[in-house]
Design a protein around this ligand. Structure first.
Ligand SMILES: Nc1ncnc2c1ncn2[C@@H]1O[C@H](COP(=O)(O)OP(=O)(O)OP(=O)(O)O)[C@@H](O)[C@H]1O
Ligand SMILES: [Mg+2]
Ligand SMILES: [Zn+2]
Length: 432
């Protein structure tokens, strides 16, 4: 390519990374509005092959599938069971893992704890911080009670320098906190822009694969769109984990969104305390801890997150609307799903919700994505409207159809066993 230093202006969608030569109001790829930002790039050959050429790697050789060695035992198994499970049984050498989440949710905390565990058990770990000084890292480490000679910290933003350090030290694990704060000198756009983030991640992917060093990247979620969202990276990396939770509540859920080395939809549950992230090994019990047994508007549901059944409490409050358009507000479930359930209750169960404000909340900051939660949501609203509590010890699970029918859900035996373990003896909506 002769044009390698020619500057050109492109517009890139900060949500999905789609590029265009002109500004677009709506991204044709992901459908987001106003997601296009202008970027200056040099038209260098992009992608992993080019990155590999820059790293002077030999091209890979084809070989018979039968000769490919795959050792499951190579995984770095962690004592942090929740994290281990979400990763599919430990850290895979050479994998590139993205950990995304809202600001302040605890990403750096979790990864510093992970780094310290790997350093203590397996060997040297390199923790690179692009946003905090080594003194700040030390302060956090002291607060978390983390130390160790094998945990190396580096405050650096220049990816070339980071890669140099990684290649010379070949640690057991590297953490880059965060991908939006590192940059490559060869790419002219600003750190955090789509081109930078994608190029940097591409380089790290090549490095991880060639050196077998597993690399964890922190990625900020930014709804305002000033920086490239982690969705730009989702295609590039092997595994995407999201740390979720309500900021004012202490539970944090680590969810695997994509995993080339394990099943997705696995979750890990943690509690955020001053001393760091603590595993919650019996989340059902923890989530129901402060439940107000059989109160009006409260229904216990058994969710199935990956292979794990989880008891959560749904709460609904309905109250006569003071303004023209009644409010529907949700926390932890999909708003469109609520609209559908309200319509079904109105038409099929003749509940009058048209002039009621409806609030639905999942206790503990859990987010439910399965339609299996429908019945619990509907019962919670019905309970609130009727001002009557459900019988004690009842759980609900079932998908609700538009005709008002209750459809079966998967994994009923596992869900029931978990409910029984916590003393729930009656189930609504079961069709086995
Ligand atoms: N003594 C403390 N000092 C600072 N933070 C504390 C303390 N105790 C608890 N925290 C919690 O740690 C959180 C910050 O966690 P952390 O830095 O790991 O988050 P993060 O996801 O990396 O954030 P960022 O997006 O800013 O990098 C704070 O929101 C706060 O709730
Ligand atoms: Mg951080
Ligand atoms: Zn897009």
């Amino acid at each position: 390519m002769k044009t390698s230093n020619a500057r050109r202006t492109v517009f890139a969608c900060h949500e999905c990374g789609n590029q265009s030569t002109k500004w677009l109001g709506r991204c044709p790829e992901c459908g987001n509005w106003n997601s296009y930002l202008e970027e200056q790039t040099r038209s260098e050959p992009a992608g992993q092959a080019a990155a590999a050429r820059r790293l002077n790697l030999k091209p890979a050789q084809a070989l018979p599938l039968a000769q490919v060695r795959f050792a499951q035992t190579n995984r770095l198994r962690l004592a942090m069971r929740e994290l281990n499970q979400v990763l599919g049984g430990g850290i895979v050498p050479g994998s590139l893992v993205l950990v995304g989440g809202d600001p302040g949710i605890g990403k750096s905390t979790l990864l510093l704890q992970l780094a310290s565990e790997v350093a203590a058990t397996f060997g040297q770990v390199l923790y690179v911080s692009g946003e905090e000084s080594v003194q700040q890292l030390k302060l956090r480490a002291q607060r978390l009670g983390v130390e160790g000679d094998r945990l190396m910290v580096l405050a650096e933003n220049d990816l070339d320098a980071i890669i140099e350090q990684l290649e010379s030290s070949r640690p057991m694990l590297a953490v880059i906190d965060s991908i939006q704060t590192v940059f490559l000198g060869g790419v002219t756009s600003a750190p955090g822009s789509v081109s930078q983030v994608r190029e940097c991640a591409g380089r790290l992917m090549v490095l991880a694969k060639s050196s077998h060093v597993p690399i964890f990247l922190v990625g900020h979620v930014n709804k305002e769109g000033a920086i490239a969202g982690p969705r730009v990276l989702e295609h590039v990396v092997d595994t995407v984990l999201y740390l979720e939770g309500e900021r004012h509540q202490s539970f944090r859920i680590l969810r695997s969104q994509k995993n080339r080395f394990g099943s997705t939809d696995e979750i890990g549950v943690f509690e955020m305390r001053d001393s760091g992230m603590h595993e919650v090994n019996d989340p059902s019990r923890a989530f129901l801890q402060d439940r107000s047994l059989s109160q009006v508007g409260n229904v216990v549901h058994v969710a199935l997150e990956g292979s794990r059944p989880l008891l959560v409490e749904l709460q609904s409050l309905t109250t006569p609307s003071r303004f023209g358009a009644p409010r529907r507000s949700v926390n932890g479930i999909d708003l469109n799903r609520l609209h559908m359930l309200v319509a079904v209750l109105e038409r099929r169960a003749h509940l009058n919700l048209g002039e009621e404000d409806v609030f639905v909340n999942v206790a503990g900051g859990v987010r439910l994505t399965e339609p299996a939660a429908d019945l619990a949501v509907a019962l919670a609203m019905a309970s609130s409207v009727a001002d009557r509590a459900l019988p004690k010890g009842t759980i609900a699970m079932g998908e609700v159809g538009l005709a008002g029918e209750i459809r079966p859900v998967t994994g009923v035996p596992r869900r029931l066993a978990e409910a029984a373990r916590l003393g729930f003896g009656k189930a609504a909506g079961i069709q086995i």
